[in-house]
Design a binder for this molecule. Structure first.
Ligand code: OAD
Ligand code: ZN
Length: 281
């Protein structure tokens, strides 16, 4: 077995051994909740439980490209409501940055569109923004590019961002339901996972495909560490972590807050002062 002990300590000693050279991190909304950005599926605070006033046919419609083309208004009203006042990465983001600084990060795959990975200083070549990003936007008709600032100003003026050239609707470059993922996601994931020595999964319910299936792409012996508050993957159609919880020989769950989980890993790894330097900017 790769881990001498199937536990968090086993993962820590594996990283310290020097045999673990290529770490892939997978992330979801849970790594940004402590920055004040709600996740989607948490029972009280999750976005999908707080959409009644938008009068949608179903909650996910607010992020559906066909619905957006018919009626972009709810999306932009929500975008204004949720627009972060400031963009401050969380300790979980800085943990990934620290893995990079230590030369251990092969790639960070995120479902988040909040740009916090970018702000935390994880270089673009290490980043796969699987569901796109809010940093840039494009006109749906003529494809003219618009900046985050321009779109933000339109949103805050309660206008639907509209192309100055052709009057088409301008949409942030995030992947809505029924849109394809970026080519980069497929190109890199088809190679990266062959080289992965350790997979760390943080703050995601692993319900949205194809992202959720990335956990299956590592080799059968590659250790997987899940840091999450709730059990995940336990839907009718998908059962990844039941397999994981039962899998035992290589899967470790660090259940709880992901910032706490990252801090405890950092301390066990002896990286505390480097981490604090990152946190204090
Ligand atoms: P979800 O809201 O589905 O899942 C977030 C997970 O993070 C849940 O399991 C929470 O328990 C956990 N969580 C929340 N805060 C946490 C914390 N502080 N510490 C530890 N765990 C925490 O969000 P995603 O899995 O990211 O897609 O959702 C995936 C996709 O569904 C999103 O990218 C979005 C959405 O529809 C599109 O819009 C295309
Ligand atoms: Zn246009």
């Amino acid at each position: 077995e790769v881990l001498d002990e199937v536990s968090v300590d086993g993962v820590v000693s594996y990283i310290k051994s020097g045999k673990c050279k290529n770490i892939i991190t997978l992330a979801g909304a849970g790594i940004s909740t402590s920055a004040g950005i709600p996740d989607f599926r948490s029972p009280q605070s999750g976005l999908y439980h707080n959409l009644k006033k938008y009068d949608l046919p179903y909650p996910e419609a607010i992020f559906d490209i066909e619905y957006f083309k018919l009626n972009p208004k709810p999306f932009y009203v929500l975008a204004k409501e949720l627009y972060p006042g400031e963009f401050i990465p969380t300790p979980s983001h800085y943990f990934v940055k620290l893995l990079h600084d230590k030369g251990l990060l092969l790639r960070h795959y995120t479902q988040n569109i909040d740009t916090l990975e970018h702000i935390a200083g994880i270089p673009v070549e290490k980043l796969v923004e699987a569901h796109g990003t809010f940093r840039t936007s494009h006109c749906l008709k003529c494809k003219k590019e618009y900046s985050q600032e321009w779109v933000k100003d339109e949103i805050f003026a309660d206008r639907i961002p509209t192309c100055i050239v052709c009057q088409g609707v301008v949409k942030p470059d995030i992947v809505l339901f029924r849109e394809g993922l970026p080519r980069r996601f497929y190109e890199l994931s088809s190679i990266d996972f062959k080289h992965c020595d350790l997979l760390i999964i943080m703050g995601t319910s692993l319900t949205v495909q194809p992202f959720a299936s990335l956990v299956d792409n590592v080799s059968a012996s590659c250790p997987r560490l899940l840091i999450n508050r709730d059990d995940v993957g336990l839907t009718e159609t998908r059962n990844v972590f039941q397999q994981l919880f039962g899998g035992a020989v290589r899967d470790v769950v660090l259940k709880g807050d992901c910032d706490d989980g990252c801090k405890s890993l950092v301390n066990k790894l002896g990286w505390t002062s480097d981490f604090e330097a990152l946190l204090s900017g």
